[in-house]
Design a protein around this ligand. Structure first.
Ligand SMILES: C[S@@+](CC[C@H](N)C(=O)[O-])C[C@H]1O[C@@H](n2cnc3c(N)ncnc32)[C@H](O)[C@@H]1O
Length: 317
């Protein structure tokens, strides 16, 4: 990714970032570190939305501290620069498997959680060295999303439905800086978070695509978004055909790989959602054929495709 090499220095990414428990890859955590370390100017906020245990926050905080001019600009200010959003309620279906990872066990000292537990105290403990930089916004981002000034970097890993995506768009995007604000959509090259991809692709005349790191898509706002888009959602009434076209555009941003297949599978998910089962069936059959014919592909694209095949079969019965 050319943009990433433009902000990377020779120094290594601090090990505490790479070993922080997370659903993200080491490369994704490194991207966030480099953005705060080399790109952030200290003139606005870093939106950090979707923390789980705080890996993104750790990466942004250390990056900022290793960025002398930006750190000097924010250190003595009244506002904390990292706006960290999470609902912080344990959701076993998505979270429990991470309890088995050695880095999670080390960080949590063997603590475990039950469905519905509030884990904000743990987040605070894990991020204790950086509390001077973090403005926690704990609760539903739909209610809490707000900007107190310009936003330089926006990382999203919780906009998994229309309501959350729209709330973040209306509250935060008007505060992006044309020509500067970088947006990281962590769920971009993935089969879920459809609305978020559809909106980002719809807005492509205003953004440039800087590249992909694993499932993260990285964009920069290049020109002002029309203000009427914040009054009436331009995405809400798009036809299903238009939404399909936008999801295919998202998939085409990356070369053929497991992540392009995940994004292609999001088209199938959308068609199933809209009960267009014959089209979903045909599109999935094309993906299944490609998966079957590709050597050395990891297992996951086939697993996701098989789960979508089951959904289609249930609808057909
Ligand atoms: C995929 S996880 C984030 C993973 C994290 N970025 C990491 O590196 O491990 C999604 C996060 O969104 C949070 N979340 C879910 N619903 C939310 C909501 N309505 N508002 C804010 N955060 C929410 C979850 O608690 C969870 O931590």
């Amino acid at each position: 990714m050319q943009f990433l090499s433009s902000i990377q220095c020779d120094e290594p990414v601090p090990p505490s970032i790479l070993s922080f428990p997370s659903m993200m890859s080491k490369d994704e955590k490194s991207l966030l570190y480099w953005l705060a370390r080399s790109y952030y100017r200290g003139e606005g906020a870093i939106v950090d939305a979707g923390l789980f245990l705080g890996a993104s926050t750790e990466a942004f905080s250390i990056g900022l501290k290793n960025n002398p001019s930006a750190y000097a600009a924010v250190r003595d200010g009244l506002k904390k620069p990292i706006h960290a959003y999470d609902i912080a309620i344990w959701a076993g279906a998505g979270f429990d498997k991470y309890l088995e990872q050695p880095e999670t066990q080390r960080a949590l000292n063997g603590a475990t959680f039950k469905e519905g537990d509030n884990y904000f105290p743990v987040l605070q403990r894990l991020l204790e060295p950086h509390l001077d930089l973090i403005d926690f916004r704990i609760g539903d981002i739909v209610k809490l999303a707000r900007a107190d000034g310009p936003i330089e970097i926006a990382f999203y890993d919780c906009l998994k439905n229309y309501e959350r995506d729209l709330a973040a768009f209306n509250a935060l995007v008007p505060h992006y800086i044309p020509g500067h604000t970088v947006v990281i959509q962590q769920d971009y090259f993935f089969e879920a978070a459809l609305e978020n991809k559809i909106r980002q692709e719809f807005l492509s005349p205003y953004f440039s695509f800087l590249g992909a790191v694993d499932t993260s898509g990285v964009f920069r706002l290049e020109r002002e978004i029309p203000t009427e888009y914040f009054k009436e959602d331009p995405v809400k009434w798009l036809s299903v055909d238009d939404q399909v076209r936008l999801l295919k555009n998202a998939a085409a941003r990356v070369p053929f790989s497991k992540v392009s297949l995940y994004t292609e599978l999001s088209v199938v998910a959308l068609l199933i959602q809209h009960n267009r089962i014959d089209e979903a069936d045909a599109y999935l059959a094309g993906i299944e054929k490609v998966i079957a014919e590709t050597e050395k592909l990891p297992l996951r694209p086939g697993i996701v495709a098989a789960s979508m095949r089951k959904l289609i079969e249930v609808r057909v019965k």
